[in-house]
Write a protein that binds this ligand. Sequence first.
Ligand code: CMC
Length: 436
Amino acid sequence: MKLADNKATLSFSNGAPSIEFPVYSGTVGPDVVDIRKLYGQTGMFTYDPGFLSTAACESAITYIDGDKGELLYRGYPIEQLATNCDFMETCYLLLYGSLPDQAAKTQFSDLVTNHTMVHDQMHNFVRGFRRDAHPMAILTGLVGAMSAFYHDSTDIHNPEHRKISAIRLIAKMPTLVAMAYKYNVGQPYMFPRNSLSYAGNLLHMMFANPCEDYVVNPVIEKALDRIFILHADHEQNASTSTVRLCGSSGTNPFAAIAAGVACLWGPAHGGANEACLKMLEEIQAMGGVEKIGDFITQVKDKNSGIKLMGFGHRVYKNYDPRAKLMQESCKEVLHALGLENDPLFKLAMALEKIALEDDYFVQRKLYPNVDFYSGIVQRAIGIPTSMFTAIFALARTVGWIAQLDEMIGDPDYKIGRPRQLFTGAAQRDVVAIDKR
Ligand code: CMC
């Protein structure tokens, strides 16, 4: 970051002396006011619940222009990456800062492929869960448990350990996700197939069984790879910030990523794809397209507590660029599978159109986000609704790792420790129990 020409001055109405703060500029995007000395100089904190105006770190990985609806990974527009690159190239880009040439890509893919198997004892660990446990509950446990299985890569301050744990996490995440699924449906785990692509291997581990051959459908493989690219990173969202905060204490990388998985699970974040599909199914059960009007009326009623899932975003105040790409993949997959007349897709298109024309959504700049269509694609592929967020977690793992690595390498990094505006009881004395 570089010092901007101007400074910020904070003045007080009670006559206390005003203070100047430096302003820094990034490459693109809003400048930041550096308030690190505020408490030391005034004894005051800033108050910003939900981080609406707070940049918690400096980062060079992902940039979002929410007004334009622009998403860049390391400077490259998501549209270009989604159409010209695959997930392995995207992982390389996020981790190392540049796109690989063919030799580097092959070397990186081979490295990931060579780590896809998990410690055999992990199979026993999965058996400890109830069969009907939510896959995200299993995944949170499994990722955390990796620190118990891979002791040689748990020192977050050791660059070599971080490098090995990064590859292990990217490589083993599909295996763990597939294990959670197979355990749920009561089928034997399928070992990874190293001859397949990253996406193809996940399809194999989820849908193959030991009794018959499974052939990966290239259209589905491509769509899944695109889902991975679109979800790979999204700057300082809730789960990424959780990973950074968790990692800032010096905990091991597996524990920090497990914290990210746990955060992602929530319906306001990664759980939205599951919630969105359930919402579409509910509207369909109510009567489908005919009932959209009634549903929108409920959404607009603040007392109903109902949101239009897959709509709205903290940063995007325009169409989420990932949603457009997801809609494209959705059409391709439905066409390839002969599901062009899929009622949920038709319902989603009609719902989107009605919402985009409604004043409530227009005024609040609420547009479809990535989760609006990703559920329909995954459902068409045969992935059950309860697995959607686990697929998101798998794809976001590389982003979490890149952000964690960037934080550890940042000379300004400190343990994260927000402050508070205390409104509870001031000091008081304990009264003996018989006198209370
Ligand atoms: N349906 C109806 N109203 C909404 C919605 C929605 N989906 N999203 C926002 N609003 C309203 C909200 O009630 C508020 O209205 P008012 O100003 O009258 O109080 C206004 O729009 C601003 O919303 P906000 O809640 O202050 O915005 P936020 O930045 O705190 O929340 C959000 C962002 C994503 C949590 C929210 O839009 C939401 O809950 N959306 C549905 C869940 C969803 O699709 N999440 C996936 C996000 S993209 C994937 C990811 O990054 O994980």
